[in-house]
Design a protein. Structure first.
Length: 365
């Protein structure tokens, strides 16, 4: 068992990204029967979905419940002759088409995508990519900004990445279109995907015993319903943890005035990752069958797995690698430029090829 764990450290990444949300099986498999039926699965065949979209004569537009999310630049609409983003790119100063996915061979990484959806279920609020080099090197984690301006194979325009969760009706599920958009940007085929409802995430945090949040001053974000009235470190429940990871405009009371201290998506992404590591540490303390059942019951309503990844496979992986620390995972941030579309939407343009940024964590040669 120890030899297997040492030779397969890639599975540690899954604990960080989805393991702590899926619970732990131990040696009491019979207890899984009470909750397995509650875990939803979703069709997941990005290659087949891509082929279906490509073969369609008039690809449908991506549907979301928020019409204002459609942000294609003026003059950039569906062109029947455009078969790829190389034939249809936005007229934006310094737009770097080379920032998009130079293909990376399928065998280099095992790739896992974690998507946290907003209240509507049609837009992604958090997107985390975990990569495990198949040569046994340390796992890699990177958050993809939800406002990243990427090629959408369904609408054949550039849209925010988070709009991919709306799917391509008749051709691709939300998970499949998200995977396709990430693949087109990173050049890395996605092997598995877990989709998490953020409301359910709060229940998972509560089931694991909460997290620790440390602030220097009273902290708030009315839009995220975050309210931490006292400075210092404190135990936070699921509701507060959810507000903490979703906050986009965090303020602190400094010298009697409320001052914005964190308004970037990257600070928000870092908080999301750090909370996942905390949950991994908390989960390491649960080992009894009763605790297992409670854990899985909380997770079942919060997680949707892709159809090719069984629940038992996911939780078995998590059981082996509970308690992983952030020092065991290589992390980097996506380099972007701010851009406001003619429609007034604020998006993020990728500035540097993903392959080049990945090289800081894993040399590709």
């Amino acid at each position: 068992m120890l030899k297997y764990a040492i030779s397969h450290p890639w599975r540690a990444a899954i604990v960080v990204v989805v393991g702590v949300l899926l619970g732990y099986t131990g040696f009491y498999a019979y207890q899984l029967n009470t909750v397995i039926g509650l875990v939803a699965t979703e069709s997941f065949d990005p290659g087949g979905a891509r082929a279906a979209i490509s073969a369609s004569q008039e690809p449908p537009t991506t549907e979301t419940t928020v019409a204002s999310e459609e942000i294609a630049p003026a003059g950039l609409g569906f062109d029947p002759a455009a078969e790829s983003m190389e034939n249809l790119t936005p007229d934006i100063p310094d737009f770097n088409l080379a920032a998009f996915g130079e293909p990376i061979p399928d065998g280099v990484f095992d790739a896992y995508l974690l998507v946290g959806s907003d209240a509507s279920g049609y837009l992604a609020d958090a997107i985390i990519l975990a990569l495990q080099p198949t040569d046994g090197s340390a796992p890699i984690m990177v958050s993809l900004p939800r406002d990243l301006y990427l090629w959408n194979a369904c609408s054949r325009t550039f849209t925010r990445l988070n709009a991919g969760l709306g799917g391509c009706p008749g051709f691709a599920s939300g998970s499949e279109l998200m995977a396709i958009m990430v693949e087109d940007y990173t050049g890395i085929p996605i092997d598995h995907l877990a989709r998490v409802n953020f409301d359910g995430f709060a229940a998972v945090v509560d089931a694991l015993g909460g997290i620790t949040i440390c602030v220097d001053n009273p902290t708030r974000d009315p839009r995220a319903e975050l309210d931490i009235p006292e400075p210092g470190c404190q135990e936070a429940d699921g509701e507060t943890a959810l507000a903490w990871v979703r906050s986009r405009r965090m303020e602190q009371l400094i010298d009697g005035e409320w001052v914005v201290v964190s308004g970037s998506d990257f600070a928000r992404q870092r908080r999301q990752q750090d909370v996942l590591f905390q949950l991994a540490a908390r989960a390491a303390g649960f080992s009894t069958p009763g605790a297992l059942t409670e854990r899985l019951s909380a997770v079942a309503s919060a997680v949707r797995l892709d159809s090719s990844w069984s629940f038992s496979q996911a939780v078995s992986t998590a059981w082996k690698y509970r308690g992983i620390s952030k020092s065991s995972v290589r992390r980097f941030s996506i380099k972007v430029s701010d851009y406001r579309t003619p429609a007034g939407a604020q998006v993020l343009l990728p500035r540097v090829p993903f392959r080049d940024q990945l090289s800081s964590a894993y040399p590709l040669g």
